[in-house]
Design a protein around this ligand. Sequence first.
Ligand SMILES: Cc1ncc(COP(=O)(O)O)c(C=O)c1O
Length: 393
Amino acid sequence: MISRKIVENLGNSSFIRAMFEEGNRLRAAYGEENVFDFSIGNPEVEPPREVYDSLHEIADDRTPGTHRYMPNAGYSFVREAIAGKLSIDYDMKVPADNICMVCGAAAGLNVVLKSILNPGEEVIIFAPYFAEYKFYIGNGGGVPVVVETDGEFDIDIEQFRKAVTPLTKAVLINSPNNPTGVIYSREKLMELASVIKEKETEFRSDIFLISDEPYNEIIYVDEELPVVFNIFEKAVVVNSYSKSLALPGERIGYIAVSPAISECALLMAAIIFNNRTLGFVNAPAISQRLVAKAVNVSVDPEIYRERMELLYNKLIELGFECQKPAGAFYLFVKAPMDDEMEFLKIAQKYNILVVPGRGFGRAGFFRMAFCVSLETIKRSLPAFERLAAEIFS
Ligand SMILES: Cc1ncc(COP(=O)(O)O)c(C=O)c1O
């Protein structure tokens, strides 16, 4: 009765639902404060003060038409504000016409993929990857092709080269990365760009680089995030304010298309068309006004750094193996036994909830979202000590 594909996808994403249900069960049994739920990337941090100030101003605005339909790409003044900010950050002119406001990065990725993919074309993603990518690619009629990263979760150029085929239409990267926290260096991205060029010539094809950057403001190292527009010829950036302004419930983000793309105007027309016909119509009016006023504001990454350091140092001290994240708000930890599902079961005995690495395409690991309160992290440390005593003794 129900779509076979969707029923299959429901099965493939059941680990998230399972964690959600387990969390509810534990909270009901032991009380909210005794459950250490690191399963979801839902920021506990509140939006910056400027966001609340702007919300007041917006609420008081009685200008007629404020809440009506608008052009599907969004308000022109909002697109201009974002284009202006990107032009400074990228040190190149980004026209407002190349920006489309969308309902968060999830919508933005679906819109971009739908706009470029013909049925059966391939999109390369790097494992571990954000679990939803496979579904977004499927929604666009494409086929995900998974390429393993190296021992440090960095792009393995030779593995990548082998995975490119005449059907490759896009490469989807995410940096800072969910779940690993890795930031790809400019040098690595230049190598990636050069293989893409080489393969485009070999196959006489066009390969887009889609850069999913919702964590671009949450960085712990002394490095700038490389600007993909300056590295790749056919680059599309998808960004969102879910993490940078801690507004995931308000569904707001944007797509930025590189002016270097030869069919840039047609691609923008396709993107705006799909934003409309996939049913988003336009990004929410209030959220658009909000981000236009807060274009230069973001949550303070130091808030996350403190949580990361506390949890990371404790895990390392207890004997866990984990790469220190350069950005985003996740730890991707090696499970102390081969089967991470076995580890998850033991962790749950201590009311610790984490997500299995296999959901991100890398079994044998687990992901912890440290965007929970500092208090939760502090309270969880003795539970980790008891857990480690059971496992490592
Ligand atoms: C890597 C990555 N991409 C996209 C998204 C979707 O974010 P949004 O709330 O902007 O749709 C998330 C959310 O966690 C994410 O981690």
